[in-house]
Design a protein around this ligand. Structure first.
Ligand code: HSE
Length: 442
């Protein structure tokens, strides 16, 4: 008689001698990942239980000088995803195509996939993770958000039991560097951007970073994990940092705030979140306000864990490689025990609320005529829209011209917008120079 608890015999499997890896893309992240595998070979082998062997590297431009054996490289990316001897594909190309089709075909060919591709996961993560899971494969993407900072795995695992009440992230190193230079050096946006480009932090076409797309992908990925359903990208409200000036930085500083490009998500009800990316005044006392330069951070509040903050280097070759290789080690450990288990699927269908429904404070800078009754008139317009003023700075610019900066108490976004429209129609208001949302101290 056999006991139900007796060990079952399973078909004999050939022992694994090495994980055979194909790399797609050999730019900043690919070269870093390869170097980490070389430099830390012994420790990585020990941690997995067998060595990692890079079999092939797929590249676009064969004429670029490279220090490795030319036989490792191929421009035929299909030959990597069709190679039956390859166990794991590292997709380090970026963008949705051809990367998306390559990832899908690699999975269908039975390969685990590790990717650093934020746009692909933000747009197609639910479908691809479901596919991986259905095929018994791993699909990891820690490097897609926050470079070397562990964010994806803690949200999937250690924090998964919490109801998340808010997440606030500085998730783009380029814009955080630019804003830090503007605050600390008094530089204007264009000068700070040019410096970031000269230092290699910003790309020649900085749109993806400075207009908030990169942050939007990243906060959408984190929210999709945290809320268990994919956040639709067209439901993420997005504004970049081109409207921030050195003058606003100075006023914000004097009022006790830093200006940061934040990705913010909060649940609105059971199946709905408000997800937004915009330049924000945040009190200097908030832990995320002191995250400088190219550093990234994620602050969150969970119902049981309370406040948590992660920070570190969010971009660059080495930190991103650290996340890619961490994922590869996870795949290797799963392979060692004959399985997978780290593809945690999430569905589609999360609803997003309009920013009109946001309740937040505002910063507003106006150029006005400097004469009697102006201030009272402006205050009356705010009052008519139920917007309550919290602080004010005022100065004379020249004969008969003044500049006023207001902070409001939290109010409905749509009420503030309506007040702005009325102010814009007033002759005494010569210019609505800028307005930004203000986060409250936690
Ligand atoms: N361009 C990104 C940043 C890095 O500046 O943070 C890659 O996500």
């Amino acid at each position: 008689m056999t006991s139900a608890l007796a060990p079952q015999s399973s078909p004999a499997k050939a022992p694994i001698r090495a994980i055979r890896v194909g790399i797609l893309g050999f730019g900043t992240v690919g070269t870093g990942a390869y170097r980490m595998l070389e430099d830390n070979r012994e420790a990585i082998t020990r941690k997995i239980g067998f060595p990692v062997q890079v079999v092939r590297i797929g590249i676009r431009d064969p004429s670029k000088p490279r220090s490795l054996d030319a036989a490792l490289f191929t421009t035929d990316l299909d030959s990597i995803i069709n190679d039956p001897s390859i166990d794991v594909v590292l997709e380090l190309i970026g963008g949705t195509e051809p990367a998306g089709a390559l990832v899908e075909r690699a999975l269908r060919n039975g390969k685990h996939v590790v990717t650093a591709n934020k746009e692909l996961i933000a747009k197609h993560g639910s479908r691809l993770v479901h596919l991986a899971k259905s095929l018994g494969l791993d699909l990891h993407y820690e490097a897609a958000v926050g470079g070397g900072i562990p964010l994806v795995q803690p949200l999937k695992h250690q924090l998964a039991g919490n109801d998340l009440l808010k997440m606030v992230g500085i998730l783009n190193g380029t814009t955080n560097y630019i804003l830090t230079q503007m605050r600390e050096e008094g530089a204007d946006f264009e000068a700070a951007l040019a410096e970031a480009q000269a230092k290699g932090y910003a790309e020649a076409d900085p749109t993806n970073d400075v207009d908030g797309f990169d942050t939007a992908y990243k906060i959408a990925i984190l929210a999709s994990i945290a809320f268990g359903k994919q956040v639709p990208m067209d439901g993420v409200h997005r504004e970049g940092i081109r409207s921030v000036t050195a003058i606003d930085m100075r006023y914000a500083d004097a009022l006790g705030y830093a200006v940061k490009l934040l990705g913010i998500v909060q649940p609105v009800d059971e199946d709905k979140v408000l997800a937004r990316v915009h330049p924000t005044l945040i009190p200097k006392s908030h832990p995320i306000a002191s995250v400088r330069g190219v550093y990234n951070a994620l602050w969150l509040h969970g119902d049981f864990v309370g406040d948590v903050m992660f920070s570190g280097r969010g971009a660059g070759s080495d930190p991103t490689a650290s996340a890619v290789i961490g994922d590869l080690i996870d795949v290797g450990r799963n392979m060692a025990v004959g399985g997978s288990g780290s593809a945690i699927p999430y569905d589609t269908g999360l609803k997003t609320a309009s920013i009109d429904n946001l309740e937040t404070g505002f910063y507003l800078r106006l150029r006005v005529q400097d004469r009697p009754k102006v201030l009272g008139h402006i205050a009356t317009i705010f009052g008519a829209h139920s917007v309550s003023l919290a602080a004010m700075e005022m100065k004379t610019l020249s004969q008969g011209k003044g500049e006023i900066v207001f902070l409001t108490h939290p109010c409905q976004e749509k009420n503030f917008r309506a007040a702005l429209e009325d102010l814009g129609a007033e002759r005494m208001v010569e210019e609505i120079s800028s307005s930004f949302r203000v986060e409250q101290a936690e």
